[in-house]
Design a protein around this ligand. Structure first.
Ligand code: ASP
Length: 585
């Protein structure tokens, strides 16, 4: 027996108990004839004390320990004279009587503390040490709890967790595939699943009725704070359901997680159509922790010889309450913000609704105060408010205005991390047109069902067809998305043809699905939540990396194990792969 207690559980009530603990030396302090050690394990920190006068040899032994050594101690729990109110075990200490070194340690490359001196790169290289830090480990504990409560909730509702294969063919989620060469079938490749989409639909054809899986998915995309090449989904599919059934089941799951993990009651989720989300927030994942909705001012601005507005397809404005006092410098900052290449606006126009009721704008040359007053009315602005306007091509400008709205929300402190606002975005368009290629792509994926009433539009105006597709958005982050599926092979065929697949190509890539649909496919639909993003939102993290045990960096590298890496020539020969000369390792 290495221990009969953990470093997190002893309290005053345990006084005089003899205990054995094991863990890592977090800190050593020498004071007078005393030595104090903070002993750490996953559960907490317990102070060990050694008295030079009482046991000289033992105290000397303690003095020779180093940080992160692994030790085992036996001693008696005693009330501390100077208590530490910051930790749960802060009222007691262990008067040590025995000490065994289980393993020595090199000095770690950074301090294993909440506030560490280790930079990102170093901590990632030694991630196993980073994970000893409370703050990082806590995220993994949260992740476990969320996964566990997800399983509990879904199990209680008859969902079966079924594993689907990782070496598969291409799945159409719109990203690039990771591919794996096949030794036994030279010249052929597996693709890693972007999601188990096709398999979960086949499981519905199999009559499994309710499927879920907490599953790794792989997408070869450029990385951002909320993206990793491999990430985890809570993937689900249900038979004999309509959109309402899916939404209520997964609104229930979301509420259950908030309640069981964070003790927060979330009211029913509002719903907004994609069209309204774009019109009012310029985003299909609006952050509704604050209002500041868009106002359209095209009509009220046209015809005053201001070319920028006259030529614009769209003129939109947001009203920032209480910001009329913004200085020239602050307004310049906002202008620079919207002009950044990532946002791409040409300029920013403002109207100050001064506290004294007068209005002053950056386009006073073209618009008199009466006109400005009409704009203000349209924007529901009052004295003290600042109206910010962007103009240009509709979709682009709405996106720019959306960035500006979020920036203003942040500046005004309206995006508190612990204020959770959930939202369903529904009625997504089925298709998205790539103007350059002049062809349609599936907005969600090719198995998403059009709204039945819109099916005739597939022939006449495909871009106008709405889908039975939905996204769950929390605080402006897309947490999940799904759809009711096409379960009819004729409609699926039609969809492939709208997407520009030749019959041959569709057969080659998805023939198995269309065949399966000929054997009694039930109506079905589903959803997938991004677990990493979900955990990050719960933990208030800025990057999903912090809730993944062994994440990759922005270049897609695991710097700890140094992957990806080159392979031996024999391995390539076995696979029948020849590298271009400049790519040889
Ligand atoms: N497979 C979809 C995705 O990964 C989710 C779904 O439609 O269920 O986004």
């Amino acid at each position: 027996m290495y221990r009969n207690s953990t470093c997190g559980e002893l309290r005053l009530a345990d006084a005089n108990r003899e205990v054995t603990l094991a863990g890592w030396v977090s800190k050593i302090r020498k004071m007078g004839g005393m030595t104090f050690i903070d002993l750490r394990d996953r559960y907490g920190i317990t102070q060990l004390s050694f008295n030079q006068e009482v046991n000289h040899d033992l105290c000397e032994q303690a003095n020779r320990l180093g940080r992160e050594w692994v030790i085992q101690v036996t001693g008696t729990v005693k009330e501390r004279s100077s208590k530490n109110t910051h930790i749960p075990t802060g009222e007691i200490e262990i008067i040590t009587s025995e000490l065994t070194v289980l393993n020595a340690s090199k000095t770690p490359p950074f301090t294993i503390e909440t506030e560490t001196d280790g930079g990102d790169e170093l901590r990632m290289k030694y991630r196993y040490l980073d994970l000893r830090r409370n703050v990082v480990r806590r995220n993994l504990e949260l992740r476990h709890r969320m996964a566990f409560e997800t399983r509990r909730y879904l199990d209680e509702r008859a969902f079966l967790e079924v594993e689907t294969p990782v070496l598969i063919g291409s799945t159409p989620e719109g990203a690039r595939d990771f591919i794996v060469p096949s030794r036994m079938n030279q010249g052929e490749f597996y693709a890693l699943p972007q999601s188990p989409q096709l398999f979960k639909q086949l499981l519905m054809v199999s009559g499994l009725d309710r499927y879920f899986q907490i599953v790794k998915c792989f997408r070869d995309e450029d990385l951002r704070a909320d993206r990793q090449p491999e990430f985890t989904q809570i993937d689900c599919e249900m038979s004999f359901v309509d959109q309402e059934d899916v939404l209520s089941t997964f609104e229930g799951l979301t509420k259950h997680l908030f309640k069981s993990v964070k003790e927060i009651d979330i009211p029913d989720f509002p719903r907004i159509s994609y069209a309204d989300a774009m019109r009012l927030y310029g985003s299909d994942k609006p952050d509704i922790r604050f209002g500041m909705q868009f106002n359209e001012l095209k009509e009220l601005t046209t015809g005053h010889d201001f070319v920028v507005f006259d030529a614009a397809e769209y003129v939109g404005a947001i009203c920032a309450e209480g910001c009329a006092v913004y200085t020239r410098k602050q307004l310049d900052e906002l202008t620079d913000f919207v002009k950044r290449p990532q946002i791409g606006a040409k300029g920013l126009i403002y109207v100050r609704y001064n506290g004294d009721g007068t209005l002053k704008s950056s386009v006073d040359k073209f618009y008199g105060e009466e006109v400005l007053r009409k704009w203000a009315e349209q924007c529901n602005a009052g004295p003290g408010d600042l109206i910010l306007m962007l103009a240009g091509e509709t979709e682009k400008t709405q996106k720019q205005l959306s960035e500006l709205r979020l920036e203003m929300g942040s500046r005004l402190g309206l995006r508190e991390k612990t204020n959770y606002k959930c939202l369903w975005v529904v009625d997504f368009p089925l298709l998205e047109k790539d103007e350059e290629l002049n062809r349609y792509f599936a907005k969600h994926h090719p198995f998403t069902s059009p709204k039945p009433e819109d099916i005739p539009l597939l022939d006449t105006d495909p871009g106008a067809v709405r889908a039975n597709a939905y996204d769950l958005v929390i605080n402006g982050v897309e947490i999940g998305g799904g759809s009711i599926r096409i379960h009819d092979s004729a409609l699926q065929k039609k969809m492939f043809s709208v997407l520009g697949f030749t019959e041959e190509k569709a057969q080659q890539q998805f023939g198995f699905l269309m065949n399966a649909f000929q054997y009694g496919a039930p109506p079905h639909g589903g959803i997938a939540f991004g677990l990493d993003r979900f955990v990050s939102i719960f933990a208030g993290l800025d990057s999903i990396r912090d809730c993944i045990a062994f994440p990759k960096n922005n270049a897609g590298r695991d710097v700890m194990i140094d992957a990806p890496s080159t392979v031996e020539q024999e391995q390539l020969d076995e696979l029948g792969i020849m590298l271009k000369p400049e790519k040889k390792g």
